[in-house]
Design a protein around this ligand. Structure first.
Ligand code: ATP
Length: 502
């Protein structure tokens, strides 16, 4: 990872903690790996992202309805879905340092021919850094390119462990110890339901929200007037005992998904797949992820799961590498057929008009709320120059979040805490707040400092009540991104902000 990218991640993590976006879970006890908390600003940001998604895919469409299924379900669900038998990753362990890596993701560091000086100097640390970067980077073509660049400097070569060339010894990326052969490790968290803790009471925390939708598909169909094609959307927690939680919230053990299962006639599946793939990609662009950092990657045929007819990933260039935000897949009739087989219930659909009975195909856009949140945070982080209280240009950190996502939409300040300014400012604040816009009132400290705090929170507008307000009832309204300060009538603040927020 280049230093500036590392830097950006460090700065973002520190801002997120300092300003209350994201905290380590149970930090006062030393934390717990793979679990994160969203603080006062973070929870608003995340809720806004989920609300925008819900608004766009459920409320503004008449062919999709919502669902909130339970996290713990009948364990047969996970047998039917294949998770009990198959939701496992091949893992390799280092026999020396005991580190564990995903064999299909972890990359094995191998000594390249004739490179004996590797042990000396900073080579080891560098190797580890490169190995970590490679692991984070994911796609093999990219990895090879990076390796070639790096190889001159550090005399190491890194290969994917499943592409180990003949005659090279696989080594642990961390300590260069030897690795065990790959073993399967199930990612589902187990628990017990009821008082008995035996094999008959085993249940699982759902590793994805999708199966709740399939299990309720018939209920939704029977209780609504929906006809195929239609979709069911759900946002909720999912749990995976990831071997290697890393990259901040990107790979966590507890996370949230926002998923749609869109049911259609098999003959229309290709068209609906393309619709959702393109619509979901566009959604991220529309909310501020620049298209140069966003990529839509169609899976190669040999990458597809056995039941999938097509799949694409929306990927974002995070500071730690290009990584998946959302997957869109044509899952055919696999899931409903499996649930029909395991439950013994008829899950076919009867079309009144054509008199045809069939199992619908499913198009699944499956996104991660935490990954989307992290991508929007990374994209928003900006450093520029702005005048301080003394009019001197200083570096400013500003979170240029999409206004729809910004935790606070308007902050209102009295310039000073006297001459009746606080009363006027509070009045404006209460008007904005009571109209349903997230507002914030702040009268403490120099006004420049208050602006900076709101810049870090990503607040699009700051309203300041000053001496002139008391004379002509106008206020200044400052734009977070352009820094333009406009004078408008105090009683027009709400209309102005509403118009700008769209
Ligand atoms: P990966 O290959 O990165 O493990 P995946 O392909 O297994 O992801 P899916 O099973 O397709 O992921 O899950 C759908 C979405 O759920 C992902 O696109 C991602 O946004 C989110 N997601 C999956 N696993 C995690 C995790 N451990 N932490 C945070 N989000 C996750």
């Amino acid at each position: 990872m280049s230093e500036s990218k590392n830097d950006l991640m460090d700065k973002l993590v520190s801002l997120c903690k300092r300003r209350g976006f994201i905290f380590q879970s149970s930090e006062i006890y030393g934390g717990i790996n793979g679990f994160w908390d969203y603080g006062p600003l973070g929870v608003e940001l995340k809720r806004n992202i989920k609300a925008a998604w819900w608004e766009d895919v459920v409320r503004r469409r008449d062919d999709i309805v919502g669902l909130d299924a339970s996290i713990i379900m009948n364990p047969r669900v996970w047998e039917a879905s294949g998770h009990v038998g198959g939701f496992s990753d091949p893992m390799v362990d280092c026999t020396e340092c005991k580190a564990r890596f995903r064999a299909d993701r972890a990359f094995t560091v191998l000594a390249a021919a004739g490179e004996t000086e590797i042990v000396s100097g900073g080579a080891e640390a560098e190797t580890e850094a490169v190995a970590r970067e490679v692991v984070a980077a994911g796609a093999s073509s990219k990895i090879r390119r990076r390796i070639e660049q790096k190889a001159d400097e550090i005399t190491w070569t890194i290969f994917r462990s499943d592409q180990t060339p003949e005659g090279k010894t696989a080594m642990c990326p961390t300590c260069r110890g030897s690795l065990t052969p790959p073993r399967l490790f199930n990612l589902m968290f187990e628990t017990h339901v009821g008082a008995m803790q035996d094999s008959t009471s085993v249940a699982y925390l759902r590793p994805e929200t999708a199966q709740g939708i399939f299990a309720d598909y018939k209920n939704v169909l029977d209780s609504s007037r929906l006809k195929v094609p239609f979709g069911i959307a759900q946002i909720g927690k999912a749990f995976r005992n990831e071997i290697n939680p890393r990259n901040y919230t990107f790979r966590s053990r507890e996370f949230e998904q926002m998923e749609i299962e869109f049911f259609c006639h098999p003959s229309e599946a290709d068209t609906w797949y393309e619709h959702w793939r393109d619509a979901r990609f566009q959604w991220y662009i529309d909310h501020g992820l620049t298209s140069s950092k966003l990529r839509l990657r169609d899976h190669e045929k040999d990458e597809l799961a056995h039941y999938a007819a097509a799949c694409a990933d929306v990927e974002y260039e995070f500071p730690f590498g290009l990584s998946e935000l959302e997957g869109i897949a044509n899952r055919t009739d696999y899931d409903l057929s499996r649930h029909q087989e395991y439950s013994g219930k008829d899950l076919t659909y009867f079309d009144d008009e054509t008199k045809e009975r069939f199992i619908p195909y499913v198009i699944e856009p499956s996104g991660g709320v935490d990954r989307a949140t992290l991508a929007f945070l990374c994209e928003a982080y900006t450093e520029d120059e702005a005048p301080d209280d003394k009019g001197q240009m200083k570096t400013r950190v500003v979170m240029k979040l999409h206004p729809r996502f910004a935790p606070i939409k308007v902050a209102v300040f009295p310039l000073v805490k006297k001459e009746g300014m606080p009363e006027v400012a509070r009045g404006i604040y209460e008007q904005v707040r009571d109209a349903g816009l997230a507002a914030f009132y702040d009268e403490k400290g120099a006004v420049g400092r208050r602006y900076r705090r709101q810049d870090e929170a990503g607040t699009p507008f700051c309203v300041t009540v000053d001496g002139q307000t008391l004379e002509d009832q106008t206020v200044t309204i400052r734009d977070r991104d352009t820094l333009d300060q406009t004078r408008i009538k105090a009683d027009e603040v709400l209309t102005f902000v509403r118009e700008k927020l769209g």
